[in-house]
Design a protein around this ligand. Structure first.
Ligand code: ADP
Length: 454
């Protein structure tokens, strides 16, 4: 059971009055928890079976707009309902909110009760099932990097997002003294999430003023994505409770390092690490090499799922630890893919391309699909890159803009096969809309540059 509360436990806790609220949540295209707050009595009596929400929620943007161009829903179709089906195995307490529990839901068609194909959870489940058919399970870990700011979200919004002072005054990478000063926020984050059943490993200061990292122990892919979404949500809420702001915007200032979400990946057969071959160079099994070859070759196809906004691409800059090339390396942080745990049972590949704004279900599903393709086609892994990969002219580039990544997504035959035509069309529209919204805006930079001098 991935959660920490059985349905029977919940019923007893509702009877004894220690839980009065159940959050029924699904994960939207942007990776946010959305849903309803149930009175716990109603939830345990009826709504645990299913509840409903408007189907525009899987066809909207961060602003809750209703863009045209989605086949699944529109004004013409009347924006009907989806069924939200609670996955009771994910029931858990929410220790940072009084008397509250949380459950994650799958999105189903209102009439047929079939899974909605573009629901992020459904997309990941499909790739996990494909991998299972090949005889493997995926173990994943997604790192969460973010910035903490001195002021609250309300104050920052009121200032037009201009008055941005990070919680610390200097680069706090691995600093213990500086992170001690932040324990008012970070300690409850670690402890509340741990009490909610998430296997928290640690938090640490990251390589910029006010930048934090939270690590959660690796887990089966779906649990890992659930953990990530719940943790990201909790980080924002707990920072808010403490009068601070947490932001997962990948690049909030042009001169500051950006925030990423590195994804560690390995395949297993039961308790046996299928990526490990003790007799092979670096301990990498042939399976691992095929998987990595697929992952690297198809990175341009799925970059959108690692970098879904205009801002995401501002992070990909030389000399910042954020990668720009689709190559692999041995424990070298300048490449898109890094081999970790060489010659041990923990041998794994870390994808370093993803930003802190990725949707973990979509990112993991796309990478699993690429790895499966590598296994199916027995793709050959090229030798590792050495040295400063930023300066390697032969290495292939990651798409450098949202516009470029939208086109590689649109044209990706392998992703269309793996996810389904309808799903890729849906997310291509999502990517296009984000660019269209940006293109409508006149930025401060253009005005300052050209107002007088143009
Ligand atoms: P880093 O130096 O990148 O922070 P860590 O050693 O802290 O690396 O590990 C990063 C993440 O990798 C952790 O969340 C850990 O749980 C995860 N991890 C460890 N072993 C595996 C594995 N076999 N498969 C997938 N993830 C793993």
């Amino acid at each position: 059971m991935p959660g920490n509360l059985s349905f029977d436990d919940l019923k007893s806790r509702v009877t004894d009055g220690s839980i009065d609220t159940v959050l029924a949540c699904f994960v939207d295209m942007q990776g946010r928890l959305m849903g309803k707050r149930f009175h716990a009595v109603n939830f345990v009596e009826t709504s645990f079976k299913e509840t409903h929400c408007c189907n525009y929620l899987l066809a909207t943007d961060l602003e809750m707009a209703t863009p045209s161009g989605y086949a699944s829903t529109s004004w013409e179709k009347g924006y009907g309902d989806y069924v939200m089906a609670p996955d009771l195995s994910t029931l858990r307490t929410v220790p940072w909110l009084e008397g509250t529990a949380l459950v994650l839901c799958d999105m189903l068609d209102h009439h047929t009760h079939a899974p909605v194909p573009h629901d992020p959870r459904a997309i990941l489940k499909k790739q996990v099932a494909r991998l299972k058919d090949l005889g493997f399970d995926a173990m994943m870990a997604t790192e969460l990097e973010f910035f903490l700011f001195d002021k609250s979200l309300d104050e920052i919004r009121a200032s037009g997002f201009r008055d941005l002072t990070p919680i610390s005054g200097y680069n706090e990478d691995y600093h213990i003294f500086q992170t001690t000063k932040e324990e008012g926020v970070m300690r409850p984050i670690r402890n509340h999430l741990f009490a909610a059943g998430l296997p928290i490993e640690n938090s640490k200061g990251e390589a910029e003023a006010g930048q934090e990292e939270l690590n959660i122990r690796y887990a089966p892919a779906l649990d890992c994505a659930d953990h990530h979404s719940i943790a990201k949500h909790a980080i924002k809420e707990i920072a808010w409770q403490n009068g601070r702001a947490a932001s997962f915007l990948p690049k909030w200032h042009k001169d500051r390092v950006g925030s990423s979400s590195h994804v560690h990946q390995s395949l297993w057969q039961g308790d046996t690490p299928a990526f490990f071959d003790k007799d092979a160079d670096l301990g990498m099994s042939d399976l691992m090499k095929n998987y990595m070859a697929g992952l690297i070759a198809h990175a341009p196809d799925y970059t959108f799922f690692l970098a879904p906004y205009v801002n995401s691409y501002k992070r990909f800059a030389k000399g910042t630890f954020a990668p720009t090339k689709t190559v692999w390396s041995i424990d070298n942080r300048t490449a898109g893919f890094r081999l970790c745990g060489a010659d041990t049972k923990g041998v794994r590949v870390e994808c370093r391309i993803g930003g802190s704004d990725l949707n973990p279900y979509l990112a993991q599903a796309a990478m699993l699909a690429a790895g499966i393709k590598g296994i199916e086609d027995k793709m050959e892994l090229s030798p590792p890159t050495r040295g400063d990969v930023y300066e390697d002219a032969k290495a292939a580039d990651i798409p450098q803009t949202l516009r470029a990544a939208t086109e590689t997504l649109r044209k990706s035959a392998f992703l269309r096969d793996a996810f389904g035509e309808d799903v890729i069309d849906h997310y291509t529209r999502c990517a296009e809309w984000e660019q269209e919204e940006f293109d409508r805006v006149v930025t401060d930079w253009e005005i300052a540059r050209g107002f007088e001098r143009a």
